[in-house]
Design a protein around this ligand. Structure first.
Ligand SMILES: Nc1ncnc2c1ncn2[C@@H]1O[C@H](COP(=O)(O)OP(=O)(O)O)[C@@H](O)[C@H]1O
Ligand code: SF4
Ligand SMILES: [Mg+2]
Length: 329
């Protein structure tokens, strides 16, 4: 494909193989009083074999809605989600139970994502039990050890008897029990003490290489996303602004919103800085480019026309009418 051709369909990965996850024209709207919240507004992306795709953007930009729609909890308003080439939208609950098992999600709040009445040993085996499969104690013990928990200590404990970090370890063991190909991690360390955040991130990276996983890593923390990801997809108000390899994120990023995220003051680089002006309401997003109300380069064209996501370099896509001018500026 010529580098300048705009892409709205997800492409085959570099080896010509079907990506593990292919998401096309994903739309998520929530009906609310007074209209529709446009949480995810037609986004297209793929996750390749062995890759970690980071999704970065300020709170409310649609990261969790996108992750949940990929998992079909609930199914997206429209669009296509293919896992290993298999379409997941429109499946029955029973079909999803088998066809989605290769994709597991880790949530921001591990404690509330676990059934408080169940013991650790049952929580870890639950997914396989629901599918009618046998799980041996040895398998459970092995996974608990792998995620850094002492099986003898936690075996009969319930979530409220564990710390947040320990609960997230249980969630990771539960996910690994399903032998996934892809893990979607939605701000997996945001609710944890700073002292355990790095441990959980290391655990996820170890699990990824040990089990040959691909990963979607959602966060609002620029430094974390950059470190853990191969490519970073930057979202603003339900749209993809830019997709860029993390190695070249700092030097090659072009989109005015990405540049703004990168311009954070030294020392405060842990968090995504919020641009000046209010985040427009997703109930009534700006016409044309959704970033135009906060963009220093906005013109009339930006209000009239929505910029398409265009490939400007290998693995580098950007949605801005003035991408080329900004690149050469
Ligand atoms: N169940 C829901 N009902 C109505 N609006 C929702 C719902 N879930 C999310 N939203 C709205 O969708 C937008 C995107 O939210 P979310 O996906 O949680 O963003 P992020 O994860 O990036 O913080 C926000 O405006 C949020 O208020
Ligand atoms: S399309 Fe226009 S408003 Fe949007 S980022 Fe580019 S210059 Fe800014
Ligand atoms: Mg979220």
């Amino acid at each position: 494909m010529p580098l300048t051709e705009s892409t709205t369909q997800s492409v085959l990965d570099n080896g010509g193989r079907e990506p593990v996850l292919a998401v096309d024209n994903l739309v998520v709207t929530f009906p609310v009083r007074g209209g529709q919240v446009s949480a995810v507004a037609d986004i297209t992306f793929e996750v390749r074999e062995g890759e970690t795709l980071g999704i970065l953007g300020e709170s409310g930009c649609g990261k969790s809605s996108a992750g949940r729609a990929v998992m079909q909890i609930p199914s997206p308003t429209s669009g296509s989600v293919r896992l290993d080439g298999k379409e997941l939208t429109g499946l029955t609950r029973k079909q999803l139970r088998t066809d989605r098992a290769a994709m597991q999600m880790i949530f921001q709040d591990p404690v509330s994502s676990l059934n408080p009445r169940r013991k650790v040993k049952d929580l870890v085996a639950e997914g396989r039990h629901i599918r009618g499969e046998k799980v041996t104690d040895a398998e459970i013990r092995q996974l608990l050890s792998e995620v850094g928990l002492d099986p003898d200590t936690v075996w009969d404990r319930r979530p409220h008897e564990l710390s947040g970090g320990q609960c997230q370890r249980v969630c990771i063991a539960r996910a690994l029990m399903m032998r996934p190909r892809l893990m979607i991690c939605d701000e997996p360390v945001s609710s944890l003490d700073v002292s355990v955040q790095a441990q959980i991130l290391n655990l996820l990276e170890d699990a990824k290489s040990e089990h040959n996983l691909s990963m979607v890593f959602i966060a609002h923390d620029l430094a974390v996303v950059k470190n853990i990801s191969d490519r970073v997809m930057i979202m603003y108000l339900g749209k993809v602004c830019e997709v860029v390899p993390s190695d070249t994120l700092v030097t090659e990023a072009v989109h005015p919103y990405t540049k703004l995220l990168l311009s954070s003051v030294p020392g405060a680089e842990d968090d995504v800085p919020v641009p000046a002006g209010e985040l427009p309401s997703p109930l009534n997003p700006p016409s044309g480019c959704r970033f135009r109300t906060r963009c220093p380069f906005a013109t009339e064209k930006c209000a009239a026309e929505e910029p398409a996501l265009e490939t400007i370099a290998p693995d580098h896509q950007i949605a801005c009418h003035y991408a080329r001018e900004l690149m050469n500026a």
